[in-house]
Design a protein around this ligand. Structure first.
Ligand SMILES: [Zn+2]
Length: 123
């Protein structure tokens, strides 16, 4: 198992939680994939299988903004979650099987916010 960094394309290394969260001893037993550039991602619980691809702080922020913009569309039940993601895939041009905010690059996550804003202003 290996993980390739979404930011720089380097191969990440498997490390313990103490390398990522030195102030969180409760996470020391968990595994993370850490890149030389500082990007990282967590693992599926109890395994060393990466949750996605290692990413850096700007990507994390952009994804978080994407969730804040996008999630209300299906939480408010304007569409169901499936339909909302289908709409998002069409708007951003990201193929539906890859259209998950947790997998997105910084630029893709920003395009989510733009698509939602465009939709709100058009309504
Ligand atoms: Zn990297």
């Amino acid at each position: 198992m290996s993980a390739t960094c979404i930011e720089c394309g380097s191969k990440a290394a498997l490390v313990g939680g103490e390398r990522i969260y030195p102030h969180r001893p409760d996470l020391y037993a968990k595994s993370f994939w850490l890149c030389v550039c500082g990007a990282y991602c967590g693992c599926h619980s109890g395994t060393t299988n990466p949750l996605g691809y290692p990413c850096g702080v700007e990507t994390r922020k952009a994804r978080s903004a994407a969730h804040t913009a996008f999630d209300p569309i299906w939480k408010r039940k304007e569409m169901d979650r499936r339909a909302a993601y289908a709409w998002l895939a069409k708007e951003t041009g990201i193929p539906a099987p890859d259209c998950h905010i947790g997998m997105m690059t910084e630029a893709q996550a920003r395009s989510v916010v733009q698509a939602v804003n465009k939709r709100e202003f058009a309504a």
